[in-house]
Every structure is written in structure tokens, then in C-alpha cells.
Design a protein around this ligand. Sequence first.
Ligand SMILES: Cc1cc2nc3c(=O)[nH]c(=O)nc-3n(C[C@H](O)[C@H](O)[C@H](O)COP(=O)(O)OP(=O)(O)OC[C@H]3O[C@@H](n4cnc5c(N)ncnc54)[C@H](O)[C@@H]3O)c2cc1C
Ligand SMILES: *[C@@H]1O[C@H](CO)[C@@H](O)[C@H](O)[C@H]1NC(C)=O
Ligand SMILES: *[C@@H]1O[C@H](CO)[C@@H](O)[C@H](O)[C@H]1NC(C)=O
Ligand SMILES: *[C@@H]1O[C@H](CO)[C@@H](O)[C@H](O)[C@H]1NC(C)=O
Length: 472
Amino acid sequence: MEYTPNDSRSTNKRKVVAVVGGGLVGALNACYFAKRGFAVEVFESREDIRQAKIVRGRSINLALSHRGRQALKQVGMEEKIVTKGIPMHARMIHSLNGTRSPIPYGKKGQYILSVDRTNLNKELLTAAEAYPNTKMNFGHKLLDWSFESGAMTFLRPDGSEEQIKVDLIVGCDGAFSAIRKQFLRQSRFNYSQTYIPHGYMELTMPPHNGDFAMEPNFLHIWPRNTFMMIALPNLDKTFTCTLFMPFEEFEKVTTEDQVIEFFQTYFPDAIPLIGVEALKRDYFRLPAQAMVSVKCSPYHMGDKCVIMGDAAHAVVPFYGQGMNAGFEDCLVFNEVMDQFNEDFSAVLKEYTRVRVPDDHAIADLAMYNYIEMRAHVNSKWFIFRKYVDNFLHFLMPKTIIPLYTMVTFSRIRYHEAVKLWHWQDKVINRGLSICGVMLVVGGTYLLLKHVPRNSSSIPQQLWTQAQTLKWF
Ligand SMILES: Cc1cc2nc3c(=O)[nH]c(=O)nc-3n(C[C@H](O)[C@H](O)[C@H](O)COP(=O)(O)OP(=O)(O)OC[C@H]3O[C@@H](n4cnc5c(N)ncnc54)[C@H](O)[C@@H]3O)c2cc1C
Ligand SMILES: *[C@@H]1O[C@H](CO)[C@@H](O)[C@H](O)[C@H]1NC(C)=O
Ligand SMILES: *[C@@H]1O[C@H](CO)[C@@H](O)[C@H](O)[C@H]1NC(C)=O
Ligand SMILES: *[C@@H]1O[C@H](CO)[C@@H](O)[C@H](O)[C@H]1NC(C)=O
């Protein structure tokens, strides 16, 4: 069946844009294309999540930050989403002995927001649908498409197939993108996919006496070297805890007693908060989920197709940037559309040129943070450097900006943030080692002055001091 969406509203021939995938990025993108006046068709394999009873998501809540907010703002959705988010001003580090210590994210007044994934998705679908030139097609699973003809083949829930041709295909169909499959057949297409050894599992921490069980305005972190648990607050006063752990460790815990034993060893303070019975039950409800990192280039094929969001760059979730980067994709594409007058052949090429380095940079940073969050968040050096960086930022707000701040609270291009970070790191480390040398010289002077001349322990002491200072 050949299908051409009807075009009753406009007298001039309106171009038809198909957004494949009605997830977070697809739904937002539909708003952007609709706002420009294209005839927008959204194709989503699932049924309408606004009607479905059970919604299976990937994570229950997400951290929304500046880039995502800016992208929402452009289509008038920022307020609506932000008012339903819970501000998180700092990390709250839970040590093994139960001590909690906050590490601020940035300056006073800077915060990230915990938002509900399902609600965000629903709001964006409703916003997209509000444009009279948008049509939603739920229960349409893309099977394949042809670069030559531009025709897409969809599978309907009743088993029938449908062929559809449009002017531009925008692939927002997630990490396992069916649109991307055609790209893989293209010559000179770079592609890499990595599964990390960690899996994740979500557990719910219910309210206590009608209120949040822990301080609500924080992103709680239990760093345990190779394991880690985090918790983000929800509007219903629950927390969603996410346990990150190598699959082989998940597999070692096979009985209810072992779950409690495991938590007793690593997260004792979380047991009464989640509840012994809930813990025993929920741990076995769903198997641990895998996490994949996908990098590829280019992001377009001719003037027919472009991929955005996880379809173009699935990143591991340790920088809280996957969705934010995907939302920024829509914003950047919109900027390029302005520059090149909506000429798809020029726009798509330019979009790949400007966006690939940035999405690759955030994929790499997320992978780097995967290591940092687990191992360093509780090390003295990490905390010390965070304070030094924040302090220098306070003194020289334009020169020294912590990496986290650039990524989370600015729209500095991701790849430029990385470059700046390397440069700053070199300068700060040099500064710190000069301070270190001064301390050593001063220390030596004092030691030589006060310790008996013959002391054989002097060289050893100095050596230890010098070693320590090398790390600062
Ligand atoms: C545990 C975890 C925590 C995370 N936390 C954060 C966070 O705090 N902050 C953040 O910014 N990001 C976070 N992310 C990343 C974020 O979830 C993703 O980047 C985001 O969901 C990407 O949106 P998307 O629309 O590109 O893809 P998806 O959300 O995957 O949506 C893809 C859509 O396409 C549909 N689809 C798939 N195949 C087809 C097909 N063949 N035909 C038609 N439709 C199809 C799917 O049904 C789905 O609706 C996290 C991810 C995980 C796993
Ligand atoms: C708990 O552990 C942290 C870090 O491991 C440490 O700084 C703190 O002093 C400890 N507190 C108590 C009461 O033992
Ligand atoms: C593919 O990767 C290589 C090596 O990094 C790079 O030189 C080349 O430009 C890339 N090609 C594309 C299309 O991105
Ligand atoms: C040097 O001082 C140490 C005590 O610090 C003493 O044990 C040692 O005998 C002294 N050696 C000499 C050579 O005086």
C-alpha cells in the first residue's frame, strides 16, 4: 500500500517528515519539526503510553540539566517539565559506616532535576500532538527502509505490513535503532558498540511516615569501588535506587538471605529504608539490565535520513547526559536548519559535521565517569580536587570552570569542554605541584632545624612527603 499523508491545511506543497520512535527524543523532535510547519508523522512501535496501563521504561527517573532544559524551552515545554521535577543541589555520599556528606554540583543555585521518564514522555507526546500538522501512528514498528526509494516498511499489531514514503526520515528509535541498520550497509560508516561489564537494577525506597526516607534534594550515592548505588527522588516521595554492579556479582546473589547479607556488607544504611521484605522480593523481580555505548559517524544518509538521540549515540548513564545530549541534538539540528534554510541536503551534512565530535565527546566522558563515580567519589584526592576546582571557579569564573559544570550547567560544546578541561587540569596540577614543592622545601627546612642532625629517619620521612605531594 502506497501512502501519502494528506495535506489539507496548507496550500503550498508541504514536506513530510517521519519521526521514527516516539520516545523522549522522538517526541521532542516532532515538536521541533511541527513548529517549523512540516507535515510530521510519528511512528512508534509501542501502543500509546498515555493509554497503556503498565509502562515499561528503561529507568523510572532521569536527571535533567541545562542542555535538556534549553531544548525544551525552545518549544515552550521547559516550565511544564521543570515544575514537575525535584531539584538536586548536591550529591549525598553515603559511606559504609552510615555517614552522609554532601558534595555540591556547582555554585549555589545550580542544580539538576529529577524528572519522571514516563510523565516527560507523555507530556512531549501531548505537546507534539497539539500541532495540527502532526499525526501520531502508534503500534507501527519499523522493519526496514530503503535508501534508494526512501520507503519504510512498518509492522502493525495485527501482523499486517504498511509501506510509507516521506521526504525526510528522522531516526529516533533508540540504542537498537532499526533505522541505523541501513547505515551499517553504507560504505565508510564508522560504528562501534561496547557493552560494559556492569548491569543495573532498580529498587524502590518507599516514603517513611508520609515523607521522603532521606533528604530529597540530593542525588544519593553509595560508592563502593566496583559497585555503586544511586537514588533519585520522585514526586510521590519515593526514591528510585539504581544498583550498578558487574553481572558476575549480580549472579552470585541467588537467595533472599544472600540479598540481605550483600546489603548488610555494602549498603547497611539502605536496608531499613528500602525494607527487608521489599528488598528480598524486588531484587528478583527483574534481571539486571545491560548498558551499551554506541558511537558512529556520519549521522545522515544523503538528504533522506538523519539519526538522533540514542539511535546515534547511546551512552552509559554515568554522566546523566544521554537524554540531555539527545535533546540538544534537536536544538542543534534546529539551529542548522535556520542556517541552511531548511535545505535538507546541506543541513544533514552540516549537522553531522558539527554534532559528531560533541556526541562522541560525551560518550567518552560518560565512560570516563563510569570509572570516576565508582572509584574516586570517596577518595580524598577527588574531593580535594572538587573543592580546589570549585574554589578556583569562584575566583576566576571565566577561566577555570569545572568539567562537571561545563557539561551540566552550560551549552559549551561537549568536545570543547573536554579540551578546556585538559588545559585547566594541566594548569591546576602545575599550580598544585608548585605549592607542593614550596611545602617540601619549607618542610625540609623545619625538619633539618628541629630533628637531631644524625637522625637516620630523615630521608625516609622526606621521601614519604614527596610521594604524597606528587599526588596533589
Ligand atoms: C539506567 C539509565 C539511567 C539513565 N539516566 C539518565 C539521566 O539521568 N539523564 C539523562 O539525560 N539520560 C539518562 N539516561 C539515558 C536516556 O534514558 C536516553 O538517552 C534516552 O532515553 C534516549 O532517548 P531516545 O528517544 O533517543 O531513545 P528511547 O528513549 O530508547 O526511545 C526510543 C523509542 O523508539 C521506539 N522504537 C524502537 N524501535 C522502534 C522501531 N523499530 N519502530 C518504531 N519505534 C521504535 C521505542 O519504543 C521508544 O519509544 C539513562 C539511561 C539508563 C539506561
Ligand atoms: C565514616 O567513614 C568516613 C569515610 O570512610 C570517615 O570519614 C568518617 O570519619 C567515618 N565516621 C565514623 C563516625 O566512623
Ligand atoms: C572514521 O574513523 C576514522 C578514524 O578515527 C576517521 O579518520 C574517519 O574520518 C572516520 N570517518 C567518518 C565518516 O567519520
Ligand atoms: C642518632 O640518634 C639516634 C636516635 O634518633 C640514636 O639511636 C643513634 O644512636 C644516634 N647515632 C649516632 C651516631 O649518634
